[in-house]
Each structure stands twice: as C-alpha cells, then as structure tokens.
Design a protein around this ligand. Structure first.
Ligand SMILES: CC(C)(COP(=O)(O)OP(=O)(O)OC[C@H]1O[C@@H](n2cnc3c(N)ncnc32)[C@H](O)[C@@H]1OP(=O)(O)O)[C@@H](O)C(=O)NCCC(=O)NCCS
Length: 145
C-alpha cells in the first residue's frame, strides 16, 4: 500500500543520499533550514519502505515580492521506483501543503534532467540556466498557486 506522510528531516537522508548525493557523506544530505518549524518533509512509502521524498522550505526567491513563497528541495525517488508516478504524487502533496499554508508560489532549482517532469506538472522556467558545482546545470522553476 502506498502512503504519503510527513516525516523528519533525517528520515529523508536514506533517499537523498543515493539519488542526490551519491558517493558523498551522509552529512552532505543535510540542507540548511531542514529542522526549522516552517520546513516540512514528506515521504512516500510502500509497505513501510521509504521510496521517495520531498521537502518544503518557507523561503522567498531573491528579490521576488510575491508574499508567502515556498522553496521545494530534495525531490528524489529511489532509482528502481522512478517513472512510476511517485514523484508526481509527491509534488501534488507538496502543492496541497503549500496551499493549506496560504502559500502563493512554489519555486526551486531544477536539475536539467528533471525539467520535463516539472513542466508536465505546470511549472515554468525563470531566467537562464546556471551551474551548481559538482551537480551540473540547473534552471529556476516556479508555479503560482
Ligand atoms: C525527477 C524525478 C523526481 C521524477 O520522479 P518520478 O517518480 O520518476 O516521475 P513520475 O513517474 O512521477 O513522472 C511523471 C511524468 O514526468 C515525466 N518525467 C519524469 N521523469 C522524467 C525524465 N527523467 N525525463 C523526462 N520526463 C520525465 C514523464 O512524462 C512522466 O510520465 P511517464 O513516465 O508516464 O512518461 C525522479 O525521477 C528522480 O528522483 N530523479 C533523480 C533525482 C532528480 O533529478 N531529482 C530532481 C532534482 S531537481
């Protein structure tokens, strides 16, 4: 049975590490703000096994005046479970959470490879691509809620 529920920051590491920080130490899976009260982490599990995670940080995009924005980070699905609709389910859960908090905009830095996934879910690219050291080309993407 597939279940999405709110989890602790540290719970996300078992998915963040192999997918987003392969070969890096577990400490590299910690993001600034992970443990703030305004941050929320969601995990999708099947039969108690955590397969996919996403996190939301109450943080505005620099110089963007829209009120109550959330940054989505750490979106990751274990390799053997990708392209099964789990990422989509988690993004929808994240949007639901942000709407409940009266959030008006979700934004994030998307890896180039994930851009089509987010576009399909209604996210748009903002500005030009940029490099994140050791990870590669990224695009800022956003959606008004
Ligand atoms: C990108 C990622 C989060 C997508 O999650 P997912 O569960 O694999 O995606 P879904 O099954 O929900 O995909 C829904 C649709 O998005 C699109 N999509 C998903 N991944 C895609 C990809 N790599 N390339 C192109 N389209 C993609 C497809 O249209 C897909 O539907 P389809 O499989 O029926 O064609 C996941 O593959 C992942 O963790 N990748 C590695 C880490 C990563 O890049 N994270 C994002 C950091 S910004």
């Amino acid at each position: 049975m597939i279940l999405i529920r709110q989890i602790e920051a540290e719970d996300t590491f078992s998915v963040r590490q192999p997918i987003l920080r392969p070969g890096k130490p577990i400490e590299s899976c910690h993001f600034e703000g992970d443990n703030l009260g305004t941050t929320a982490h969601f995990g999708l599990s099947e039969n108690e096994e955590l397969l996919a995670v996403v996190s939301l940080f109450k943080k505005n995009y620099p110089n963007c005046s829209i009120e109550n924005q959330f940054q989505m980070r750490g979106m990751a699905v274990l390799e053997n479970y990708q392209r099964m609709g789990f990422g989509e389910q988690l993004v929808k859960k994240a949007e639901h959470f942000v709407k409940e908090k009266n959030g008006k905009l979700i934004w994030f830095n998307a890896r180039e490879i994930a851009v089509p996934f987010y576009e399909r879910l209604g996210y748009k690219i903002y500005g030009n691509p940029f490099e994140i050291t050791e990870i590669g080309k990224h695009f800022v993407m956003y959606k008004r809620l």
